[in-house]
Design a protein around this ligand. Structure first.
Ligand SMILES: NC(=O)C1=CN([C@@H]2O[C@H](COP(=O)(O)OP(=O)(O)OC[C@H]3O[C@@H](n4cnc5c(N)ncnc54)[C@H](O)[C@@H]3O)[C@@H](O)[C@H]2O)C=CC1
Ligand SMILES: O=C(O)[C@@H]1CCC=N1
Length: 273
């Protein structure tokens, strides 16, 4: 019996696998990766050692926890494939954006199912995941899933109605902040810094500010004020960001992602496959 299996071994699965393998006691052989793309499976073995692999999704049921990590349009096909073997003993965790528990329950009747939304920062053990279990999941299994996701960052159980917001905010969050890192690095290069120096300064600013916000008792607004010296340099930069309505842009970005997650969900509420 594997500890974990993944159906769909792409970017999100890799982030979880890499984070998991950094935990004490976890061996590559504890993880089974299933994917239709054999080159992808080979690449993962080159990167992470002796992971078990398969091209047959059904094999993934030979694990204590099976993670569905294909893109949303493939969830129906994968569920149909494993529904022949899946039953009350299987604990299935879907990380697919927008796909409601009710749809998964229709495709995998009787299974213990958890809808979860992690993010790719799991790769470095600094992810964040919110999840909702269905009624079949026991308290002990909830704990198992809490331990799984908290092994790769923060994890919390939330009502399913909030998962589309989580998808938009923290699921997609690394993309928004990578864009900020890129923009800061480009700005440094534009002003003459070598690319390597500009990129490493930008990355450290994001990492350091994240740590500061998390560890400080102060509101982020106060931490920002602490950087803006009266008549100084930073307030000039902040004024430009405000003129470009950057706060509004971030809020609209999260709202647009939320709308898309909801639209995906509506599609699957009414579809059978
Ligand atoms: N990438 C991200 O930041 C996040 C992604 N997610 C969710 O994770 C899921 C996967 O996303 P990514 O990893 O980004 O996609 P990806 O495209 O990198 O990986 C998906 C993998 O599934 C494989 N696949 C396709 N059909 C298959 C089948 N029938 N059986 C087995 N494998 C199959 C593909 O070959 C590919 O390797 C999506 O549902 C997405 O909503 C959730 C949170 C964050
Ligand atoms: O963009 C997406 O659909 C997925 C879900 C959250 C992050 N990536």
């Amino acid at each position: 019996m594997y500890k974990f299996s993944f159906i769909g071994s792409g970017n999100m699965a890799e982030a979880l696998i890499k984070g998991l393998l950094q935990q004490p006691g976890m061996q590559p052989g504890d993880v089974l990766c299933c994917d239709t793309d054999t080159q992808r499976l080979q690449l993962l073995q080159e990167r992470y050692g002796n992971l078990a692999t398969s091209t047959a999704a059904l094999d993934a049921l030979q694990a204590q926890v099976t993670i569905l990590s294909v893109k949303p349009p493939f969830i129906g096909a994968v569920a149909a494939e494993i529904s022949q073997g899946a039953g009350p003993d299987n604990l299935i965790v879907s990380v697919a954006a927008g796909i409601p528990l009710s749809y998964l329950e229709r495709q995998l009747p009787g299974c213990k199912i958890i809808r979860a939304m992690p993010n790719t920062a799991a790769l470095v053990g600094a992810g964040v995941t919110a999840y909702t279990p269905n009624a079949q999941v026991s308290a002990e299994e909830r704990q198992q899933v809490q331990e799984f996701f908290s092994g790769v960052g923060l994890a919390c159980e939330l009502p399913e109605a909030q998962l589309d917001v989580v998808t938009a905010l923290s699921g997609g969050g690394p993309a928004y902040l990578c864009l900020v890192a890129e923009a800061l690095s480009d700005a440094g290069v534009r002003l003459g810094l070598p690319r390597a120096a500009a990129s490493s300064l930008a990355a450290q600013v994001l990492a350091g500010t994240g740590k500061m916000i998390q560890s400080s008792a102060e509101h982020p607004a106060v931490l920002r004020e602490n950087v803006c010296s009266p008549g100084g340099t930073t307030i000039e930069g902040v004024a430009v960001l405000e003129e470009h309505a950057v706060r509004g842009a971030f809020m609209q970005a999260v709202e647009a992602a939320h709308t898309k997650a909801q639209q995906l969900g509506e599609l699957y509420e009414s579809h059978d496959r």
